[in-house]
Design a protein around this ligand. Structure first.
Ligand SMILES: NCc1[nH]cc(CCC(=O)O)c1CC(=O)O
Length: 309
């Protein structure tokens, strides 16, 4: 009897691409492995009219997939690491983080070349508190307008003329073959990326060695250590996508460098911190950066949003 893996996935084009990517990699490594796609619609896919930060954030996209694994209708779930909550339900974990795609934010416009070129009161589309906070602080003359929906929907809204420019993750655009729509890549100084942006992770049941052995070759250790540092920072800040936080780790000369940022959503203050630590302890580095951000004023940002760090 041949082995089978069932992949729980959302049915949005980006989620499907990521699930197919995992399927393809698994089949390359394990010829003969059968793969079944188990498509699911999550609450986050259904509620499209309010900003994610107001309706409960990251968990909205993963709960149904997790139930599927716990009930046995699926074996693994493929996630954008950016959308993965800090805690996993009992019985599940996320042992695999795959190689990162370009982690930067992308500027997409049909009329302007970069954020710096936008005129007074130009309308920039994004519903991410992280992006809004950084744009308001660095480009106070611009207007921010909410923008939700999947990647294809967002591009259509730009083309309808509702926005002068929109900001999206470069990774999603590249994966869906919209790379040609990227007008400019925002530097990490213009827009520090979200925790986990560009990385795909695989969640599965604990104590399921058959599945874990099949998945093991997909682990990308460098991406994993970077994302672990970013997530440790976010965890210490009690973060979700409800909070205006960015975090980006890189390997520099064999060490791990983490930059973190938190700010008031109205752009009135940004606090940032950069620290370098040892690759063997991404958790410690994440916590160190988080503590520094809290001490600078991040605690007040969180308090203003009703979050206790
Ligand atoms: N929040 C939705 C989401 N989750 C992951 C990506 C992009 C792909 C990635 O970061 O891996 C996006 C779209 C976006 O922010 O433009």
């Amino acid at each position: 009897m041949s082995d089978t893996i069932r992949i729980a996935t959302r049915t949005s084009p980006l989620a499907m691409w990521q699930a197919e990517h995992v399927a393809h990699r698994l089949q390359q490594i394990h010829p003969g492995l059968q793969i079944e796609m188990v498509g699911m619609v999550t609450r986050g896919d259904k509620i499209l009219d309010s900003p994610l930060s107001k309706i409960g954030g990251k968990g909205l996209f993963v709960k149904e997939l997790e139930l599927g694994m716990l009930e046995g209708s699926a074996d693994i779930a493929v996630h954008s690491m950016k959308d993965v909550p800090m805690e996993f339900p009992e019985g599940l974990h996320l042992p695999i983080i795959m190689e990162r795609e370009d982690p930067r934010d992308a500027f997409v416009s049909n009329r302007y070349g970069n954020l710096d070129e936008l005129p007074e009161d130009a309308i920039v589309g994004t519903s991410s508190l992280r992006r809004q906070t950084q744009i308001r602080a660095r480009y106070p003359h611009l207007q921010i307008k909410d923008l939700r929906g999947n990647v294809n929907t967002r591009l259509a809204k730009l083309d309808n003329g509702e926005y002068d420019a929109i900001i999206l993750a470069a990774a999603g655009l590249i994966r869906l073959e919209f790379q040609s729509r990227i007008t400019a890549y925002l530097s990490t100084e213009q827009s520090l990326p979200a925790i986990g942006q560009g990385a795909v992770g695989i969640e599965c049941r604990r104590n399921d060695p058959r599945v874990e052995n099949l998945l093991a070759p997909l682990l990308h250790p460098e991406t994993a250590v970077r994302v672990r540092a970013e997530r440790a920072m976010n965890h210490r800040l009690n973060g979700g996508c409800q909070i205006p936080v960015a975090g980006f780790a890189e390997l520099v000369d064999g060490n791990l460098r983490l930059r973190g940022l938190i700010g008031f959503p109205d752009g009135s203050a940004l606090y940032s911190c950069e620290k370098t630590g040892c690759v063997v302890d991404p958790n410690a580095l994440g916590i160190e950066v988080a503590e520094n951000l809290l001490a600078q004023g991040g605690d007040k940002v969180l308090a203003s949003l009703g979050i206790h760090a």
